[in-house]
Design a binder for this molecule. Structure first.
Ligand code: AMP
Ligand code: MG
Length: 413
């Protein structure tokens, strides 16, 4: 029997040949899903200028320092500043300007009195302001220029992935273009004579090809750009033809055809050119990996859908993120108690699709997503899964209450 290769050793072989992709400059608004190749530097202060945090009046603190309900201070309203005002007036002693949230603080004023601390409020705000409360301190309710970020500061370091929150921070800091690593160009091919194209009604003996779309979506989620998604039969010549055409992609990912049956087109097409190994994991034991002549990294994943999802998580996703020079290529591991017991195969790391049981909000627990065991063919249950429990090779059994390592996948919404 061939020796099993540990998950970590197989992963190390892969990461060893990954090279970061070149950088390119893109507009910030189109940069979602990309990874920064260089630190992004603020071009503007945030806030860009001192501005009001409340709707109310811009005052001189000393004018209102003694104000109370029983001894209010009356100020003449000599100006009105809306958000977007460019020209700044002067607040002189004994006067005030009405001011709205986000509007620049006029010269002379050092404090904002919210409408709630005046007698007239908004309704009576353009002639006199009757202040009934002393502000906490000079500077109250003023958002200071650059208190969040100053021009020249690093907004996000190289290696950061860009999503909604990051892009909004960059825009607020006046960054319009960013240097990002090129998205890996990926080809996805599922193999199997039994497959009908996704969305088509399968004929006798056929099943829908779900793997190629599974992989394609996972590729997109890992920042990759899909060049081609297709399915081929079990004729190795068909695959060889495809590989010749696309071997200059950054990665080619196949499903099926790598195990020990009679019709294993991936093995037959690439035996001797890439390495076929048995990995100490369940599911996902048979794996092919190598570099094609044109430079593409080739991942030959097994055919069972749960194996595909687990193999992608263990090997392909880290490789795609490393190509993009991401700082973190692994999802954070959580340690959560199990709500169920199950047996695990000896000396193989197990990837179990799980759901999170939130019945007790103080202690989330996990249970397998699929009923009927850990079968790698249970693709229906995969639709309910929120992540994987990753059980070390040394553990033979998980008991209810045991803490297990869990990776949560991003929800699809
Ligand atoms: P294989 O590794 O090619 O022997 O396939 C293992 C199992 O996974 C078989 O039961 C296949 O029918 C199933 N399978 C292979 N490819 C796909 C696919 N693209 N979509 C869904 N199931 C598949
Ligand atoms: Mg097959």
């Amino acid at each position: 029997m061939t020796e099993l290769v540990s998950v970590d050793a197989h992963r190390a072989r892969i990461l060893d040949v990954v090279r970061p992709l070149p950088a390119e400059t893109v507009g910030v608004t189109g940069a979602s899903g990309r990874t920064l190749a260089r630190d992004a530097i603020a071009a503007l202060d945030i806030p860009a200028f001192d501005n009001s945090a409340m709707d109310g009046f811009a005052v001189r603190f000393t004018d209102v320092a003694g104000a109370s309900a029983s001894d209010p201070v009356e100020l003449a309203v000599s100006g009105d500043v809306a958000a977007g005002s460019a020209a700044l007036g002067d607040v002189t002693a004994g006067t005030t300007h009405r001011i709205m949230t986000g509007a620049p603080v006029p010269h002379g004023a050092d404090t904002i009195v919210p409408f709630e601390h005046t007698s007239g409020g908004l309704a009576d705000s353009l002639s006199t302001a009757i202040v009934r409360e002393t502000p906490k301190a000079a500077g109250a309710h003023i958002r200071r220029r650059a208190e969040d970020l100053a021009r020249g500061d690093t907004v996000l370091p190289a290696g950061s992935p860009l999503g909604a929150l990051q892009i909004s921070a960059l825009l607020a800091a006046g960054v319009t273009e960013v240097s990002v690593t090129r998205a890996p160009r990926v080809v996805v091919v599922s193999t199997g004579a039994e497959l009908s194209a996704p969305g088509e009604v399968p004929g006798a003996g056929q099943i829908p090809d779900s793997n190629s779309t599974l992989i394609a979506e996972l590729v997109r989620g890992a920042g990759g750009e899909l060049v081609l998604r297709t399915n081929v039969g079990d004729d190795p010549a068909e695959l060889v033809h495809l590989l010749e055409r696309y071997d200059d992609a950054d990665a080619i990912i196949t499903s099926g055809g790598v195990s020990a049956g009679a019709y294993e087109p991936v093995k037959q097409a690439l035996e001797g050119r890439i390495r076929f190994s048995k990995i100490a994991m369940q599911p996902g034991k048979p794996q092919g990996f190598g570099v094609l002549d044109g430079g593409a990294l080739f991942f030959g994943l097994p055919g069972n859908p749960v194996s595909v999802a687990a193999s992608f998580e263990a090997f392909v996703r880290p490789a795609l993120l490393a190509m993009q020079a991401r700082v973190h290529i692994d999802r954070p591991l959580l340690r959560l108690p199990s709500a169920a017991a199950w047996r695990t195969p000896p000396e193989r790391r197990q990837y179990v699709p799980i759901v999170v049981d939130r019945a007790d909000p103080a202690t989330w627990r996990v249970r397998p997503a699929t009923t009927g065991g850990s079968g790698s063919h249970l693709v229906g249950g995969l639709g309910l899964a929120e992540g994987f429990a990753v059980v070390p090779a040394e553990v033979d059994e998980v008991a209810a209450g045991d803490l297990v390592d869990v990776v949560l996948l991003s929800p699809p919404f």
